[in-house]
Write a protein of this length. Structure first.
Length: 200
């Protein structure tokens, strides 16, 4: 009595222990002869593939949990959207109220003034201190200049630089000019007086 066939179609005869692929009929009607399989041979189709449980679980995580961000906006549950959506909705409402009161000519309540200043920097009432902006820009340029000088030193020592790093080194003079235009020297320190400007 033959046993159940394997993936490769091999059947083992339980009485004799011989293995063979039974004869079959082709699509054109001709018959394929039975093929004997030598003892101990295991075709690639029958070799069990090792499965790492951890890796398998990692691959299957999308089917169990779902891919984060794959759900559409309309499908989003109310619980997940509550914190961020509520916060944004409150901000929008506060802006609308502030805009409506400003158009009517009424005063904005003192509790809402801070919110309005932080949310709408374009308004006429809100003015950015140019000195603070100038110092912020100078700090940013000083940081870029320091990085570019460090890269220049590496290049001088014979180290190979990436194309992005070479581009930073090339901009050293441009950064110094920008700092000079803001009233700072090439070290990022403010110049003493505008009358005694000296080019370094």
């Amino acid at each position: 009595m033959p046993s159940v066939s394997t993936n490769a179609g091999i059947v083992t005869d339980e009485s004799s222990g011989e293995r063979h692929i039974p004869e079959s009929v082709r699509a054109d009607g001709s018959t394929r002869k039975a093929i004997k399989v030598r003892p101990g041979y295991r075709p690639p189709e029958d070799v069990e593939v090792y499965k790492n449980r951890t890796a398998e679980a990692f691959r299957e995580r999308g089917k169990r949990i779902g891919i984060p961000g794959a759900a559409g906006i309309g499908e989003e549950p109310a619980e997940q959207a509550s914190a961020a959506a509520n916060k944004n909705a409150k901000r929008r409402e506060a802006r609308k109220k502030a805009k409506a009161t400003a158009e009517d000519g009424g005063d904005v309540p003192s509790s809402d003034k801070g919110k309005q200043d932080s949310q709408e920097p374009k308004g006429e009432d809100v003015q950015v201190d140019p000195e603070v902006e100038r110092e912020k820009r100078a700090r940013n340029l000083k940081k870029k200049l320091k990085q570019a000088k460090e890269l220049q030193n590496k290049k001088d020592d014979g180290e190979a630089l990436l194309p992005e790093q070479i581009a930073k080194v090339i901009k050293i003079k441009e950064l110094i000019r920008e700092l000079d235009a803001l009233g700072f020297n090439d070290e990022g320190e403010p110049k003493a007086t505008s009358g005694s400007d000296s080019k370094d």
